[in-house]
Design a protein around this ligand. Structure first.
Ligand code: SAH
Ligand code: MG
Length: 206
């Protein structure tokens, strides 16, 4: 990965450890099928820079779907709350300005298209086959399973489905990302391709 982009990704606010971000980049860079990339859950754009770097090299577009109001776990009182991303007038989270700044600093504005809205709503109207989908949106059971159901059908044959925060041991973190990873394998449409930290990458085989 380009050094400047790697530094931009590491400088961004967010929840993607460098080793997992690089693995995400490597997976996207290894794609040998056509189509754009799409991530669900962008927050301030950290993972988007890793995926965007691969998209840029291959002449692809990266769609970043997020309502930018934060997941349950980003709200005040929860583990992943950052008071700095709360809009002072509205009193609600707004990560869109941080996202835009990250993408601008990384020089990826021509590669990345922000889709600001509710993931299941966008998924229900989506029609373009995707070379890769990265799921890192809401981590509650409802949101995680809806993201899997809404987006995994859009992964093109030979394309990749990546899921973040998959913890085999419940002591390490919440269950839903693990459940959808397990579901993807059990459904028979995906096969495990790689695993780094809590990042799992699957390939569509059917
Ligand atoms: N990938 C990011 C972290 C994402 S945090 C990084 O690299 O740092 C999870 C994100 O999912 C939050 O920004 C939240 O706003 C978004 N999200 C949660 N539920 C959503 C929904 N239903 N529709 C759209 N975005 C959602
Ligand atoms: Mg995550």
């Amino acid at each position: 990965m380009d050094d400047q982009l790697r530094r931009a990704a590491e400088a961004a606010r967010g929840f993607m450890p460098a080793a997992e971000g690089l693995a995400l980049y490597e997976a996207a860079a290894s794609l040998d099928v056509d189509g754009p990339l799409l991530e669900v859950g962008s927050y301030c754009g950290k993972s988007a820079v890793y995926l965007g770097a691969a998209a840029q090299q291959a002449g692809r577009v990266l769609f970043c779907v997020d309502h930018h109001r934060g997941s349950e776990e980003n709200q005040p009182g929860w583990e992943h709350h950052d008071p700095e991303v709360v809009d002072p007038d509205l009193g609600v989270i707004d990560t869109l300005p941080y996202f835009r700044r990250t993408i601008s600093d990384a020089g990826l504005e021509e590669i990345i298209v922000a889709v600001v809205g509710d993931s299941p709503t966008v998924a229900s109207l989506w029609a373009t086959p995707l070379a890769m989908v990265f799921i890192d949106g809401g981590h509650g059971a409802g949101p995680a399973h809806r993201d899997y159901e809404g987006w995994s059908p859009h992964v093109t044959p030979g394309g990749l489905l990546a899921i973040h925060d998959v913890f085999e041991d419940p002591a390490d973190g919440g269950r839903p990302p693990y459940e959808i990873w397990f579901r993807a394998l059990s459904d028979g449409c995906f096969r495990e391709q790689s695993a780094v930290g809590s990042l799992r990458v699957l390939r569509r085989v059917a």
